[in-house]
Design a binder for this molecule. Sequence first.
Ligand code: PMP
Length: 425
Amino acid sequence: MNYARFLTAASAARKPSALRVLNELVSRSPKSLISLATGSPNPKMFPFKTSVITVENGKPIHFDEESMHRALQYSQSAGIPELLSWLKELQIKIHNPPTVNYPSNKGQMDICITSGSQDGLCKMFEMMINPGDNVLYNEPIYSGTLHALQPLGCNFINVASDNDGIIPESLKEVLSRWKPEDARNPAKNTPKFLYTVPNGNNPTGDSFTSNRKKEIYELAQKYDFLIVEDDPYYFLQFNKPWVPTFLSMDVDGRVIRADTFSKILSSGLRIGFLTGPKPLIERIVLHTQVSSVHSSTFAQMLVSELLYQWGEKGFMDHVERVTEFYRSQKDAMLAAADKWLSGLAEWNEPTAGMFLWVKIKGISDATKLIEEKAYKKDVLMVPGSVFYNDCKAPSPYFRASFSLASPEQLDVACQRLAELIKENI
Ligand code: PMP
């Protein structure tokens, strides 16, 4: 793989920060080293001394003064080593990427910690997009991605999708305006990457089938584009067996996968991680060196302590408990929708995640109804239009999240919505 062609000039120009390099050297050195090099503040002057955090299904996590000194101090930009190695094992166990043992310049798998997956996605987009670059994606799309991409001035190329994800024939059709060899000619401006949310798409709740992924990966090989696999709902899949990921089929080193602990451990801790070819992960880490410097050491140590205490089995048991919770929430949402919205609206059962994507019958645009009138009836949803690049285009859809409301509240929300729809169509 020639990664150079995917990088913006700004990303290609990033160099390791001299002070960060020293900082990382100190963290790897024996205690006998007397470092007068780094500008790390003296943690004895920090007011926080020790901490104990109780854990459901686990022992309390205790940070004594020494651990607290480390937790409150600067750390490596890629992430703390013990968390990285735990996550590497996890990725190998779950996805077994073919790239694990490749030479580093040939796209060997690497990992870095990000402050939630949003931070990783944003840095990834800034690494690759010049104004006018073509980007493949499928609408409706997570609005956080739209807002990260739009200011970069890329051309959005929507590829048709259905309940099984992107339709390979549609992708073939879109790509037919190029020849495979055009990827070697910058003047032809072939797409640099395809972005997609393969499980429990936000907002539709749909997931890709395995065959679709294989066909799409083959097209990525043929036309030489990368795949950005944004998979925050991977651990919230309602059906087993889990569908193999793009990362698991990545024989070339052309997949960058964004994972996050937001949905299963904590969204406020802001811990996510990117897995992808080393030459690209390196660029992201260089960006982190000069932006946030690193994700919170305290948050990384907390997550790491928990994962080592649980082990992989304990982690997977936790994932199972979380999925069961969201499954019962989803069932309550569907029961409420069936009871009140049948005949007034249409929806599909979500296969993962926390959203129901609903189409109101008999209207072409639900924006005003959802944005203004529903709020006055004491119920709040997101109008479908925000999930489209052209957010002014009419959309009869809305997104309802079933993560926080109780089953009783979901029932009342659907009742209020049914009244509203009846009054307005
Ligand atoms: N991608 C998708 C598809 C999401 O739904 C979200 C969260 N809403 C994110 C990325 C970002 O999540 P976080 O930064 O909390 O990991």
